[in-house]
Write a protein of this length. Structure first.
Ligand SMILES: [Zn+2]
Length: 475
């Protein structure tokens, strides 16, 4: 039987608010344990929460970017449970009236565009963090993270493969970073993705029993976990077994998912409206002020760059991967040939940035300097080969291309006489290759050009070298 996977994603993202969701405590991740705490986030009797307005602003911005409807009226609810990492024994979240609902996000997979429905994006507070590594059979609890603002973004079960899940996560993360509402660090737990996965016979519309894979530390891990889980479920069904509804973890070393616990249903949480908080009213004016401040989002920027600069979809995708990259590219493209700027950024410059483990927004080479360097190639001052050397030196020193060329004496040799002499020398020194060329072996020209470039330390104007060489060989 042929099966189809049905996947819904839940992403928890920590928004970069300065203070926690319901109190003034700092959200600094690196503070010593249990220093960012107060009676409110510790849940002391009588402590009253106050909703963080910055969180509402940022959450609405995400909702708008995901094409959601913004609720004019929403509320916070208590989700009751006993967990060792939540001293209040309840978590403040949103249940039946989330802040954002009914949106969608378009993703691109294998040359196709697919629309993934966004069910909701609601605000909630994070729990504390348990540490089981302090030794002596003891565990520690760090309440710094408790009460940190999270946005939970839930999709419709519109995803049907690990590829689509990966594309969704990538696009979502890009949007969150463009909005500058989170740094999305998965290592620090600021972005956590969970996948609800089930399989069903192809053509069927009923849902199969789902499992939930959570606590995966990377997108690639999520991708592999989904692939594994789909195959595992199909195997069980093919063997005549039944899928157990449960939460499963991912073992990256062994490449398998494993059972963690049976899944509670929403009913078990005994939700009820949070009595200490007033409803959240986002009126039209508030929503519009947030919409007006939205930056250009990745999809729009990709489309604009493709149109304005004639870039391929692939190039536009790479150059808009981050806002900093897109800003850098646009600043450079404004001052030189946009396609050449694209090639240099994706090629030599990206290689230097990667080697340096740097971010393109904070490198010594400015977009203006890169453009000026490309223009030096265009006007024949330096060769493309020399430009690589110039770029590396610019990266090392932060100097302008003109200064580097001047200091290192890298100006291209475009003097006819000088090149003529170098060509004559190389022809005289390589009689065998010259004979081969004359016998019709066209490829040898590359070798001869290489020798001439070597003799001139790469400074000879390549076009002139080619012209003069061919002229002399046909004499
Ligand atoms: Zn607090």
């Amino acid at each position: 039987m042929e099966y189809e996977a049905v996947i819904g994603m839940e992403v928890h993202v920590q928004l970069n608010c300065k203070s926690k969701l319901f109190c003034g405590c700092s959200t600094d991740f690196h503070a010593p344990a249990n220093t960012n705490v107060c009676p409110v986030c510790l849940g002391m009797p009588g402590a009253m929460p106050v909703l963080n307005r910055e969180m509402v602003n940022k959450s609405v911005a995400v909702g708008l970017a995901l094409n959601c409807a913004i609720s004019r009226w929403s509320k916070m609810d208590r989700k009751n449970y006993f967990y060792p990492d939540q001293s209040k024994n309840y978590q403040i979240s949103q249940y039946d009236l989330p802040l954002n609902h009914g949106g969608h996000l378009d993703i691109h997979v294998n040359g196709e565009t697919k629309r993934i429905g966004i069910t909701r994006a609601h605000m909630e507070e994070d729990t504390a963090r348990n540490t089981h590594t302090i030794g002596g059979g003891q565990s520690g609890v760090d309440f710094n993270r408790c009460g940190v603002p999270l946005l939970e973004i839930v999709t419709e079960p519109d995803i049907h493969s690990a590829d689509e899940a990966y594309a969704y996560l990538t696009e979502l993360k890009q949007i969150l970073q463009y909005l500058d509402v989170s740094d999305c660090s998965m290592e620090e737990g600021k972005l956590r993705a969970e996948a609800n996965i089930s399989v069903r016979p192809k053509g069927s519309t009923a849902f199969g029993t789902k499992t939930e894979v959570k606590n995966v530390a990377s997108f690639s891990g999520t991708y592999k976990a989904i692939q594994y889980e789909i195959a595992r479920q199909i195997q069980i069904l093919n063997d005549g077994g039944t899928i157990v509804q449960e939460t499963r973890g991912w073992d990256d070393d062994r490449g398998v998912t494993f059972s963690q616990r049976a899944k509670e249903s929403a009913h078990d949480y005994r939700y009820f409206p949070e009595p200490d908080l007033v409803p959240i009213v986002v009126d039209e004016a508030w929503e519009e002020s947030i919409r007006a401040a939205l930056p250009e989002l990745p999809a729009a920027r990709r489309a604009r760059l493709t149109g304005a600069f004639g870039l391929s979809d692939y190039d536009a995708g790479v150059l808009t991967a981050t806002r900093a990259m897109a800003d850098f590219y646009e600043a450079a493209a404004a001052k030189t040939d946009p396609k050449k700027a694209a090639n240099w950024i994706m090629g030599d410059l990206q290689a230097l940035v990667t080697e340096d483990r740097a971010e393109i927004g904070s490198i010594p080479v400015t977009p203006e300097y890169l453009a000026a360097m490309i223009n030096l190639i265009e006007d024949g001052t330096i060769s493309g080969k020399i430009a690589k050397e110039v770029l590396a030196e610019m990266y090392r020193t932060g100097k302008s291309p003109a200064a580097v060329v001047e200091e290192k004496g890298l100006v291209q040799i475009s003097d006819h006489g000088a090149i003529d002499a170098a060509v004559a020398e190389v022809i005289a020194a390589n009689p065998a290759q010259v004979a081969e060329f004359k016998a019709g072996k066209e490829k040898v020209i590359g070798f001869l050009v290489g020798q001439i470039m070597k003799a001139t330390q790469g400074k000879a104007n390549p076009k002139m070298v080619n012209d003069i060489l061919r002229a002399k060989l046909s004499e």
